[in-house]
Design a protein around this ligand. Structure first.
Ligand code: NAP
Length: 257
């Protein structure tokens, strides 16, 4: 970072902090990465396959004059997570904010759901949270500071037709968050969830128009959420959530209360 860049970041709430956003190449993760960078954080975005989109996010973030890098790593694979951890620590020596955002769906009615559908979703959405947190938490405890923010879902709170696997991971995240929060509070490491409702990203765009209309009719605010509206909630927890832990903050336009 140059001196000019450093002075531009000076005074921003997250300057000096390092954040990792898994699944930061698209959708909600990309907006979270930009929002944290806009507030001064050095940001590492992780992705699994979409190098081009990851590079676009890197270019966008460079405009905020913060340090940024993209690391390809499959968070469902513990060895890949270990490499991601090593790369982050080699580059920056610490991590202050871990946003467990990477996630997939493999929807089907339970009677048709395969063991592969189940295992893929558990590994990507939930076991990844175990492996990433396991590695980064000791560093946070050591520095007596950390913010772990898990991106859950309205589906984990209310259930979803054809989403038994996905709902299990998102509800699992909430239980994980509350339990870990109890253990880490004394080290000034907060652990929270943000639970989005229906946010218009690639994940929702694949759903048929008919189903999209049906969903919108059930949202009191009458529209899908935007990825940056979720990002603002994450930034709130990272910047102003000092005394908030074990909580799930819903960002769903009133769809589930
Ligand atoms: P998205 O647009 O489909 O993007 C998914 C992101 O996760 C991409 O960056 C993708 O990387 C990454 N990813 C997928 N599998 C990965 C893996 N094995 N290792 C590393 N990265 C991986 O999803 P989204 O809608 O932004 O959702 C983000 C999070 O919010 C997810 O956890 C999702 O469950 C949750 N959520 C979304 C909604 C919604 O309505 N959109 C609602 C509630 C909760 P590549 O680009 O390389 O593929």
């Amino acid at each position: 970072m140059t001196l000019t860049e450093d002075s531009q970041n000076h005074g921003k709430a997250l300057s000096g902090q390092v954040a990792l956003v898994t699944g930061g190449s698209r959708g909600i993760g990309a907006e979270i990465a930009k929002e944290l960078a806009r507030h001064g954080a050095t940001v590492v975005i992780n992705y699994v396959s979409n190098e081009e989109r990851a590079n676009e996010v890197v270019r966008d973030i460079q405009a905020f004059h913060t340090n940024v890098m993209a690391i390809k790593s499959d968070v469902s694979n513990p060895e890949d997570v270990r490499r991601l951890y090593d790369e982050v620590l080699n580059a920056y020596g610490k991590l202050d904010i871990l946003v467990n955002n990477a996630g997939i769906t493999r929807d089907s009615r339970f009677v048709k759901m395969t063991e592969q559908d189940w295992n893929d979703v558990i590994a990507t959405n939930l076991s990844s949270v175990f492996h990433l947190t396991k590695l980064f938490l000791p560093k946070m405890i050591e520095q007596n500071y950390g913010r772990i923010i898990n991106i859950a879902s309205i589906i984990g709170q209310a259930g979803g037709f054809g989403q038994a696997n996905y709902a299990a991971t998102k509800a699992g995240m909430v239980g994980f968050t509350k339990s870990l929060a109890l253990e880490t509070a004394r080290y000034n490491v907060t652990v929270n969830c943000v639970a989005p409702g229906y946010i218009f990203t690639d994940m929702v765009a694949v759903v048929s128009e008919k189903v999209q209309e049906k969903v919108i009719s059930k949202i009191p605010m009458g529209r899908f959420g935007k990825a940056d509206e979720v990002a603002k909630a994450v930034r709130f927890l990272a910047v102003d959530g000092d005394y908030i832990t074990g909580e799930t903050l819903s960002v769903n336009g009133g769809m589930y209360m």
